[in-house]
Design a protein around this ligand. Structure first.
Ligand code: HEC
Ligand code: HEC
Length: 199
């Protein structure tokens, strides 16, 4: 099965899990995740660590499987990939539910208003089809992970990884849009995502 199809299957399966309410057992491994992602999923002060609180469970699962199958590689923090390699499928489902159920706070970073407005236009044209805001009622069904409010250093790192090929771009439609961006457009997008205020 191609990565693409595998990931779509993961999304469909997780949507099913999300609607069948199941007990959220406390996993010992959560303490390990908290070392970098924080007990509240908002990060423990480390730049390249993404906020995972309030990201829909299906998207979190999809991301973990991308690390497991090598589509994503942990270049700056190899320990992340070593840790997810120890997880069972049910651990992954439970962890995704655990963080997905949390409130998503914005990184609350400073941003430039003019750049943020330029970024809003670029986002709307190139990215909004798949990436919606965390407070969008349809966020769980969106193809892409919510980017608004995500830590800027992580967004830069992730975008750069797709552009250099360190991270596989799983959808040709996203690759097509990324090819349209230059350094100024990326900077404007980062300011736009930082301008998101948590509800
Ligand atoms: C040593 C620090 C560290 C630990 C421990 C850690 N992570 Fe991570 N996590 C990271 C970093 C850094 C990234 C970004 C990695 C990359 O793409 O290169 C990341 C990325 C992620 C992502 C992708 C989020 C997104 O927006 O795409 C998920 C999901 C995730 N981690 C879940 C977990 C879970 C669940 C655990 C515990 C089992 C865990 N992490 C433990 C550092 C850590
Ligand atoms: C056709 C749908 C689609 C479009 C259009 C799209 N993306 Fe994505 N994007 C995705 C999917 C699916 C993922 C998750 C793939 C993965 O795990 O690598 C993703 C992941 C990402 C990530 C990683 C987020 C994280 O938490 O790790 C970033 C950053 C990103 N996209 C930026 C963009 C930007 C910027 C644009 C517009 C220029 C864009 N994408 C357009 C579907 C899309």
């Amino acid at each position: 099965m191609t990565n693409n199809r595998r990931h779509v299957c993961v999304l469909a399966l997780s949507a099913f899990i999300a609607i069948s309410s199941f007990a959220r057992a406390e996993l010992a491994i959560i303490g390990v995740c908290a070392g970098c992602h924080g007990a509240d999923g908002s990060g423990a002060g480390l730049d390249n660590v993404p906020i995972i609180a309030g990201t829909p469970a299906a998207h979190l699962e999809e991301a973990v499987y991308a690390y497991l199958d090598g589509a994503r590689q942990c270049i700056e923090v190899p320990a992340m990939c070593a840790i997810v390699a120890t997880l069972s499928e049910s651990d992954i489902a439970e962890l995704a539910e655990h963080y997905g159920a949390m409130t998503r706070h914005s990184s609350g970073e400073a941003f430039d208003e003019t750049l943020a407005q330029t970024g809003a236009r670029i986002h709307k044209k190139h990215c909004s089809k798949c990436h919606v805001r965390p407070d969008d009622e349809d966020v769980e069904n969106a193809l892409g992970i919510p980017l608004h409010g995500q830590r800027s250093a992580y967004l830069k790192y992730a975008l750069n990884a797709y552009l250099t090929g360190d991270r596989e771009v799983l959808l040709p439609a996203m690759a097509h849009e990324l090819a349209e961006l230059d350094a100024d457009a990326i900077e404007a997008l980062i300011h736009h995502y930082a301008s998101y205020e948590s509800p």
